[in-house]
Design a protein around this ligand. Structure first.
Ligand code: NAD
Ligand code: WQD
Length: 339
């Protein structure tokens, strides 16, 4: 079976490429390298002992994408490509809508033209309405996201549902990720953010390695056990395995399926810092600062539907996430380098 991964050179895509190659799939990665390095895929090939096809191109180039789907006799697409920096999206809304929404429209057009009707989409827990009622099941109401990034994910979910209603032979999985973190346990591939990280885990790792002086903890007055924000951190390898299970489950089963991919447990910022310090043996200096605008007090998943339908659940712990994030960071203090 041939899988095309848009954005497959990025953080989650590269780990998913590895899992798919190990499971015997043929993999075509289609990525414009706007937020990734070709080196991630070289390492995936080295780790698996298999080769993949890499196409450096943009998903908004519909003709190029259609040609890639046809030339490589692609069976299904996993759609990771997009811009993901929440703060940047409020400064550049048009770039986010154009890349994420426009890029997805282009992908759907190319898939229609090429006769490929199986799609797995990277959505996000950010589509849920703010709620005090945790954990979040897929039936929880979606909201009005507080930033264009989140809105783009919700818009894409609507577009995919409308597409499948109009063309019922499509099989579409919408995967709502919680907080992906960690790295492959070899320490060879991992998250390599451009510039100063926005997300907690890469920030903590860069403080531990000495690239950044100190972590700012955004608020300690939330209504949570220790006052800091609570999130559902999911190991990126568990997440990658979820894609394989979802793609298998929807193959030949037309419809739209929505699954939460989360661990089902909430951890506070200070829990995460302490776990990182414990497994790395490094101190992570931090100070408490004001809340970050737009942040929720708490967010964690009810992952029962994925367990029932896909026979999938997270197998790796918070300590595994921290140990693997640290192995990646300490073996690659400067990330991949952008070559
Ligand atoms: P990433 O930035 O590492 O990967 C995205 C990849 O898409 C990059 O390799 C980038 O070069 C590529 N890309 C971007 N625009 C493109 C375009 N127009 N054409 C071709 N390639 C393009 O991000 P990630 O963390 O691996 O996220 C993957 C997907 O999962 C994204 O859609 C993201 O929104 C979603 N997601 C991520 C998180 C998270 O916290 N990391 C959480 C929920 C959902
Ligand atoms: C986690 C916790 C922060 C950084 C974001 C997106 C979401 C999804 C995942 C894509 C929060 C705290 C963080 C720091 C801190 N992405 N924190 N100091 O905000 O849950 O989710 O990434 O879909 O859409 O919004 O993740 O890692 O930024 O924050 O105290 O320097 O860590 O306040 O409680 P978040 P995060």
């Amino acid at each position: 079976m041939v899988m095309l991964l848009t954005g497959g050179a990025g953080y989650i895509g590269s780990h998913t490429a590895l899992v798919l190659l190990e499971a015997g799939y043929e993999v075509v990665v289609y990525d414009n390298l706007s937020n990734a390095s070709r080196e991630s895929l070289r390492r995936v090939e080295r780790l698996t002992g298999r080769t993949l096809t890499f196409i450096e191109a943009d998903i908004r180039d519909t003709a190029r994408l259609q040609k890639a789907l046809t030339d490589h006799a692609v069976d299904a697409v996993i759609h990771f490509a997009g811009l993901k920096a929440v703060g940047e999206s409020t400064e550049k809304p048009l770039a986010y809508y154009e890349n994420n929404v426009g890029g997805t429209l282009s992908l759907c057009e190319a898939m229609t033209a090429a006769g490929v009707h199986t799609l797995v989409f990277s959505s996000s827990a950010t589509v849920y309405a703010a709620s005090d009622d945790m954990p979040l099941a897929e039936t929880a109401p979606t909201g009005r996201p507080t930033n264009p990034y989140g809105s783009s994910k919700l818009m894409i979910e609507w577009i995919l549902r409308d597409l499948q209603a109009a063309q019922p032979d499509w099989s579409i999985a919408i995967l709502r990720y919680f907080n992906p973190a960690g790295a492959h346990d070899s320490g060879e591939i991992g998250e390599d953010p451009n510039g100063i990280p926005n997300n907690l885990l890469p920030y903590v790792s860069q403080v531990a390695i000495g690239r950044l002086p100190q972590l700012s903890v955004y608020g300690s007055d939330y209504p949570t056990p220790d006052g800091t924000g609570v999130r559902d951190y999911i190991h990126v390898m568990d997440l990658a395995e979820g894609h394989l299970k979802a793609a298998d489950a929807i193959w030949g089963q037309p419809g739209v399926y929505t699954w939460n991919l989360g661990a089902g447990t909430g951890h506070s910022v200070l829990d995460a810092v302490r776990a990182f310090e414990r497994v790395s043996g490094r101190e992570v200096p931090y100070r408490i600062v004001d809340r970050r605008p737009g942040d929720l007090a708490q967010c964690w998943a009810n992952p029962q539907k994925a367990e029932t339908d896909l026979n999938w659940r997270c197998r790796r712990s918070l300590d595994d996430i921290m140990a693997d994030a640290w192995r990646w960071q300490s073996q690659n203090p400067e990330g991949y380098g952008r070559d």
